[in-house]
Design a protein around this ligand. Structure first.
Ligand code: ATP
Ligand code: MG
Length: 366
C-alpha cells in the first residue's frame, strides 16, 4: 500500500499542506508542538474510521474553522483511488473517487496503517481500558466486521445499563440475551485475533530486543472458556445472570467483554509488574510488527508504518533491528523526530526528508 499524494487543510494546526511522500522512508522533523503528530494523524485518518489520538472528531478541525479536509491519492492491490475526508462539527463525510460512501467497510483496506507512538508504550502500565482500546483497534483494522459487532454490543450495553437504572426492569432478560449474542461475536473475533498475534509476537520480540525471553499475549475473557461463538454466547449469558443482582444494585453491567483485559507476559511474568522500560517498549513494538505481518497476510500487502517520536521511543539497537525488519518488507514508512538525522534511515537512499514548522511542511530533499 502506498500514499502517493496528500493534501490537508484546516486540520489541527495545519492550515494548508500538500506533499508527495517518498515510496519508502519519509522523515518529518521539527521542534515540539509543530504539527508532526498531527500530520501522521491526518494520514491515518485516510484509511481508518477513527483517529489514533481522540474519539472526538471535531477536535481535529483547526481552531476557528468550520471544516477540515484530508485528501489522499492511494494505491492498494495495484489500484489507485482518491480518498477525500471532510470533517465538520456534525460529523464526517468520505468520498472515494468523487462518490460519497456511507459505510466504514467501503474505506476499509484501501490504506491500512499501523502506528507506533509513545502513547502505545504506556498501555502496558495503564489500566485494562487502554489495552482493550488497543485490542479493538487492532482487530477491526484487519476485520471490519468486528467494528460492526463491537458497535452492536455497545449499543445494547447502553440500553441494558439504562434499564438497570430504572425502577421498572421489564424486558431486562431480553436485553441480557441480546448482549450475550453480540458479546459472543465480539469475544470470538478477539480470541482468534489474539491467537494469531501471539504466534507472530515471539519471533518479533526476539528480533527487536535481542532477547531470549519468551513473550506472550493472551486474552482470557471473564467467564468464558470456549472459543466458538455459540458456546461463548451461552457462557456470557451465564456470566450476566450471575451478576444480575449486583448489576441491579450498581445500575450498570458489571461484567462482560467491555471489562476484559489483555495479559502481556515475559517468561510467564507480568510485563506490567516485572518488565523493564526497555522490555516494555520492545514488547509493544514487537506487537506492532506482528500486527503488520498479520495485515500483510490478510490484504496481501503490508500496511503503512507511522512511527511517532522515534527519538524517544527507540535506541540504537532497536533502530537497527527495526530497520532490518523493514528492509525485508516493502513498507512505506512515516517517521517523526525532533532531530533531522536520527540513526534510523541514515544509510537509506530511498528516503525523503521534510521539515515541519508551525503546521507548514518543507521538502528538504532525498
Ligand atoms: P511533539 O514533538 O511535542 O510531539 P508535534 O510536532 O508532534 O510535537 P503536534 O502534536 O503535531 O506536535 O501538534 C501540536 C500543536 O497542534 C499544538 O501546538 C496544538 O495546540 C496544536 N493543535 C492541536 N489541535 C489543534 C486544533 N484543533 N486547531 C489548532 N491547533 C491545534
Ligand atoms: Mg508529536
Amino acid at each position: 500500500m502506498r500514499l502517493l499524494h496528500l493534501a490537508v487543510s484546516n486540520f489541527r494546526n495545519i492550515g494548508s499542506l500538500r506533499m508527495e511522500p517518498g515510496e519508502r522512508f519519509n522523515l518529518f522533523y521539527g521542534l515540539n508542538g509543530q504539527g508532526k503528530t498531527n500530520l501522521l494523524e491526518a494520514i491515518y485518518l485516510l484509511g481508518s474510521p477513527r483517529s489514533f489520538r481522540t474519539s472526538r472528531l471535531p477536535e481535529l478541525i483547526k481552531h476557528g474553522e468550520r471544516m477540515s479536509q484530508v485528501q489522499g491519492a492511494v494505491e492498494s492491490a495495484g489500484i489507485r483511488n482518491k480518498i477525500n475526508i471532510m470533517l465538520e462539527t456534525t460529523g464526517r463525510r468520505v468520498d472515494i473517487d468523487g462518490k460519497g460512501v456511507k459505510r466504514a467497510s467501503d474505506l476499509h483496506g484501501r490504506l491500512n496503517a499501523v502506528v507506533f507512538s509513545p502513547d502505545d508504550t504506556s498501555m502496558v502500565k495503564m489500566g485494562p481500558e487502554a489495552r482493550r482500546r488497543y485490542l479493538d483497534r487492532a482487530v477491526y483494522t484487519g476485520d471490519i466486521g468486528y467494528l460492526y459487532c463491537w458497535h452492536d454490543y455497545h449499543r445494547i450495553l447502553k440500553q441494558r445499563n439504562h434499564l438497570l437504572k430504572c425502577s421498572d426492569k421489564t424486558g431486562l432478560d431480553i436485553w441480557t440475551e441480546k448482549l450475550a449474542e453480540a458479546g459472543g461475536e465480539v469475544v470470538e473475533r478477539r480470541l482468534s485475533f489474539v491467537a494469531e498475534l501471539d504466534n507472530k509476537l515471539r519471533r518479533h520480540y526476539a528480533t527487536i530486543a535481542d532477547d531470549n525471553e519468551t513473550s506472550r499475549i493472551s486474552y482470557q475473557p471473564e467467564g468464558v472458556q470456549s472459543t466458538k461463538r455459540e458456546p461463548i454466547r451461552e457462557e456470557l449469558l451465564e456470566l450476566f445472570k450471575r451478576h444480575e443482582s449486583s448489576d441491579e444494585r450498581y445500575g450498570t453491567t458489571t461484567a462482560g467483554p467491555h471489562r476484559d483485559d489483555l495479559t502481556l507476559l515475559l517468561d510467564d511474568r507480568h510485563l506490567k509488574a516485572f518488565g523493564s522500560q526497555g522490555q516494555q517498549k520492545s514488547f509493544v513494538l514487537a506487537l506492532k510488527m506482528a500486527e503488520m505481518d498479520n495485515l500483510q497476510e490478510i490484504f496481501g500487502e503490508p500496511p503503512l508504518l507511522l512511527l511517532d517520536d522515534m527519538s524517544s521511543e527507540l535506541d540504537v539497537r532497536r533502530n537497527h533491528n527495526l530497520m532490518e525488519f523493514l528492509a525485508a518488507r516493502d513498507i512505506q514508512v512515516f517517521v517523526t523526530t525532533t532531530q533531522r538525522s536520527p540513526a534510523l534511515l541514515d544509510n537509506d537512499s530511498h528516503r525523503a526528508v521534510f521539515r515541519m514548522e508551525g503546521g507548514n511542511l518543507t521538502f528538504e530533499g532525498k
